[in-house]
Design a protein. Sequence first.
Lengths: 432, 271, 460
Amino acid sequence: MNRAELNSHEDRLQLIKSKLKWRYAKENIFRVSGIIAILLAVSMLAILFISIIGSGYTAFQQTFIRLDIKFDQDVIDPDNKKEPEALSQADYSALVKTALSKMFPDVSDRRERRDLYSIVSSGAAFELRDMIMGNPALIGTTQQVWFPADDDVDMYIKGHIQVEAEGSGRIKESTVQWINALTESKSLKKRFNTTLFTGGDSREPEIAGIWGAVVGSFYTMIVTLALSFPLGVATAVYLEEFAPKNIWTDIVEVNINNLAAVPSIVFGLLGLAVFLNFFGLPRSAPIVGGLVLTLMTLPTIIIASRASLLAVPPSIREGALGVGASRMQSVLHHVLPLALPGMLTGTIIGMARALGETAPLLMIGMVAFIVDIPTGVFDKATVLPVQIYLWADSPERAFVERTSATIMVLLAFLLIMNALAVILRKKFERRW
Amino acid sequence: MVMSHDDVFETVGRPLLSDGRIKISCRNVNVYYGNKHAIKDVSVDIAEKEVTAFIGPSGCGKSTFLRCINRMNDTIKDCRFEGNITIDGENIYDKNMDPVLLRARIGMVFQKPNPFPKSIYKNVAYGPSIHGLARNKSELDEIVITSLERAGLFNEVKDQLDHPGTSLSGGQQQRLCIARAISVHPEIILMDEPCSALDPIATAKIEELIDELRQNYTIIIVTHSMQQAARVSQRTAFFHLGSLVEVDDTNTIFVNPEHKLTQDYITGRYG
Amino acid sequence: MNNLSLLLVVIVLSVAGYYLGRKRSVDVVRGEIRHLHSLPGYYGLFVALWCGLPALVVLAVWIASQTSVITSLVVSGLPPDFRSLPGEQLSLVINDIRNIADGTIVSGTRDQALYAAAKHYNRLKVTGFLAILAVILSICIAGLGLSKRHIAPSMRARVKVERTITVLMVLCSTVAIFTTVGIVLSVLFESIRFFNQIPITDFLFGLEWSPQMAIRADQVGAAGSFGIAPLLTGTLMISGIAMLVAVPIGLMSAIYMSEYATDRVRTVAKPVLEILAGIPTVVYGFFAALTVAPFLRDIGAGMGLDVSSESALAAGLVMGIMIIPFISSLSDDVINAVPQSLRDGSMGIGATKSETVVKVVLPAALPGIVGSILLGVSRAIGETMIVVMAAGLTANLTANPLNAVTTFTVQIVTLLIGDQEFDSPKTLAAFALGLVLFIMTLCLNIIALYVVRRYREQYE
Ligand SMILES: Nc1ncnc2c1ncn2[C@@H]1O[C@H](COP(=O)(O)OP(=O)(O)OP(=O)(O)O)[C@@H](O)[C@H]1O
Ligand SMILES: [Mg+2]
C-alpha cells in the first residue's frame, strides 16, 4: 500500500469521524421523537380515560332522601273505590309535599315551600303510585320511603355545584340548610344508583337509566349479527372458494374494499332513503338500525372471513376432493370448520364496531327521546352510543356524570367483546 | 459418514498467516442465534489485497461469519457474538469501535441485488453523502463517476444516471451495488453470493470485476460455485455445520485437500 | 312478535320437510340406500329448500312493504279533508293514527276520525297478518308436496341442493354491489330533486350557508342560502388539524415500533393503539366537548386569545387522536413490507438507523404511506360524531382555527335530526351534502387503494 493512499484512507476516516457526533445526535433526536410519539399516544389515552372516569364514577351513587309518607286515604282514594283507575289518577305528589312540610314545619313562604318540595325527585310521585298499585293495603299506613333526591341536591352533595351569591345558582342557601338538617337526622345518604342500570331514559337525571338503551343496542346487535354473519360468510366463501376470476368478481371485490371506507353517515342516508322512505319501515326501530349496521359491518366480516379461508392450506381441500367429496362438500365439511374461528373473530370485531356506531343511527331516527324499554325489533328504541350523545347534549349538570358512566358501560361491553375475540384467536390459532 | 450437529472440527490447512499479510484476524469466534450455535470456535486470518472465498453447504454459517466482520449481526436482535476479530490490529468488537465507522471501512454486497428505489446516481451517492465525503456537487459527481467506472458500469449507464436503479438488469444492479459499496473507498469488501441471482454472462463480468478490484481491496466472497471460488480466489475456506473445516490456498484446496469432508464437498459428493 | 312467529312457522315447516323428504327417499328405495343417487339427507334438504325458500322470499317482501301498504289503505279510508292535506301534515296525521293504534297517548286535539282510522289500522294489521299467514302456509305446503313427489332414486338431489346453495351465495355476494348502488341512487335522486329547487352553481360556488327556509311562503328575507364554501373550508380545516396531529404521531410511532422498539415496549404500545382505535367516536366527541374544548378555551383566555368553545382546534385535535391508530397501523404494514435487504444495504454502507429509515425505508414506503394518509383524510372528512358534538353549527367562512366552524357531516345531521318535512330543500340539502361527501371520500379511497395496491405489487 503506498503512502498517499494510506494518507487518503486516514483522511477519509478522520472526515467521517468528524461528522459522526452530529449524525449520532440526529439519530438520538429521531429515536426520542419516536418515543415521544408513543408517549403522546399513551398519555392521550390516559387523559381520555382519566377524564371520563373522573367525571363519571360519581354517577354510580345517587343521593336519597328518607321521608315518612302517610298514605292518606283522603288523598289517594277519597271515595274508597279501590279501583286501579282511580288509584293511578291520585295526587301522589301531595303525599310527598305533606311529608316534607311536616319535616320542616317552619317553612311558610310560598316560594320557599316550592323550593322545599323540589329537593325530592319529581319521580317520587310515580314511585308512590307504583307502591300503592302493587299493594293497595298500604293505604292508611305510614311508611319510611327513600326517594332519589333532586339532581341539583345530588350535585350539591357530590360537590359539583356550589351555592352562589343571592341565590343565582342552581341551589340556594335555604336548600343547603335543609340538606344539612336531613343529613344530621340521617335522612339523607348516598346509595348505589340502581336506577342508572334499570331505568329507561328520562328528562330527570336522577331517574334516568340506560336499560332502555342497553336493550335497544341488544336488539340492534341481534339483527346485525343475524344478517351480517351469514351474508358475510356466504359472500366470503363464494368469492374465495367458488367464484371464477372475472370482471364481475373484480367489481364485487373493489366494491367491498371501497364500502369498508365509506363514511358511516352515508350508510345512514341510505337507510333513511331506502329503508324508511322507500320501504316504509318504522322510524327509530332496531330492525332498521340493524339493517344499516349490517351493510356497514359486512365488508369487515367479508374481509376477515376471506383472510381466514385463505389461511386454510390447499392440502385440506385436495385431501377432501381426493376421497371423492364434491367441491361443496369439501368446503362445507372441511374448510369451513377450520376457517370458522377466524371468521368469528372478525365478526366479533365487526360487531364491536357496530355497537359503538352512532352517526348512521341518528339518520334513521334512533335519536328520539324514548322512555319505554323496547320489547322487540320493531319498537321505537335507542342504543347506548346514541344515549351518550343525547345525554351529552343535555344541559343538566347531572347528565354529565351519567354520560361518562354510560361511556364506561359501553367501553366495558367493547372490552369484553374484544377480549373474546382475542381469546378465540389465541385458542384456535393454528399453524400448518 | 455420520456427523452430529455438536461436532466441532479442528481447522486443518493453513488458517493462520504470517504477520505481514494479515488484514483481518479472527480468533475463537462463536456466534449464537438464541440457543442455536451458528459459528463454532472459528479462528482464521484473511490476507490483505487478496480474494478469500468461503464455501460450504447451505446453512453452515458462511453468511453469519461474513456478517461478523462488519458487525451487521448487531442489527439482529437475538444474535450473540463471542471471540475476537481485529482489522489491522484493531479490535472491532471493542467498546470504542464505532460500527458506523467500521462499516464505512468495509463494504458489503449482498446475495440479491438490492439497489435502493432511487436513481442510479443517488444509489452511488448515498454512501458519500451520508458520510459527508464530498464537499460539493462536483466532488460528489466525481466520486459517483469513478465508482461507477471502477464497477465497470459507467459506460452502460452514463446517459441514464437519473433512471431508477431498480430499472437495470440483474447483473447491472449487482454492479451498481458494488459501485455503491466502493463509493466510500472501503478497505475490505464482503460479498455474500454476489452472483447467485445472475446469469453466466453477468457472472463473468462480476468475476472479472472482482479480479480487478483485488488490486485495491481485500475481498471476501461467499459462493456456492466451486468453479467461481477456483477462478476468483487466492485462498479458500471451507465451512461445515458452523465449523471452519479447512483453509488453504485455493489451489491446494481444490487439488489436494487435506480433510475428507472438503474433498467430498468439492468433488460434489454431498452438499 | 307477528313477523317472528311467521318466520318460526316457515322454519318449522322446513324442518318437517327435511324429515319427510328424507324418509320418502328411503321409502322409495325400500331402505336400499345405495340405490339412491345421493345420500338421503340431500333429498331432505331438497324438500326443505323448496318448502322454505319461496316462503321466506314472500315473507321478506311482506315485511318490507307491510307498513306502506297498510298506511296507504288507511289513508284512502280517511275523510277527504284529511286526504287533501299537504304531505308533511298528512304524515303527522298518520303518525298520530299509528300512535293511537299502538295505544300510546297522543297529545293535542284528537279527531274522532283519527280514532276510527286507528281502529281501521289495527283491523288491517290483523287481516294482513292472517292473510300472509295463509299465503305462507300454502306456499310451504305446496312446495313441500310438489318437491316430495319429485323424489326418485335417479334424482340428483345433491347436485340440485348444491346448485341452490351456490346461487344463494352468489346472491349474498351481490349485496355489496346493491349497497353501493343503493347509496349512489338514494343520494343522487334526492340531490337531483334538491338541484331542481336550488341551482347547482349556487350550491357549489355560494359563499353562504344558512339553510333556514321561510316557514310561511310570504315571509321576507328567508329564502335560505345553500353555498357549501364555508362547509368545505370548515371540513378541510378540521381534517387538516386532525392530520397535523395524526400523521406525525402515527407515523413516528409506527416507525419506532417497527424499527426501534424492544418487545417490552411493543407489548405496551400496541394494545394502547388498538384501544385508541376501538373507542367509539361518540366517546371522542364527548371527550372533546367535556375536556379538550374547555381546556383550550382556558389556555386561550390565559394568553388573551378568544377561543370559541366550539373551536375547530378542539374538534381537530381530538379527531387527530382518533386517527393516530389508523395511520400507525396502516403505516406499520407498509413499513414492514419494505424488504429487509434495503435496510441491510443501507446499514452495510455505514448509515445510522435513522438515516436508513429517513433516506431508504420511508422513500421506499412512500406510496404506501401516502395511501394510508389519504385513507386517514377520507376518514377525517367523513367523521361525524366528534364534529357534531364539538364543532359549531353556524357556517363561518374563516381561516382561524380558534373560531367555530361547521362541516358537511354536522350539517347533514342537523338537517336530518328531528321532524323533517320531506321535499323541503332543507331536507334534500342533506342528501346533496351526502353526495358531495360520498364523492370526495370515494375519490380519496380509490386513489389510496390503488396506490397501496401498486405499492404492494412492487414488493411481492
Ligand atoms: N437471523 C437468524 N436467526 C436465527 N437463526 C439464524 C439467523 N440467520 C441464520 N440463522 C441460522 O444460522 C445458521 C447459519 O446460517 P447462515 O445464513 O450463516 O448460513 P449460510 O452458510 O450463509 O447458508 P446459505 O448458503 O444458504 O446462505 C443456519 O442454520 C441458520 O438457520
Ligand atoms: Mg448465506
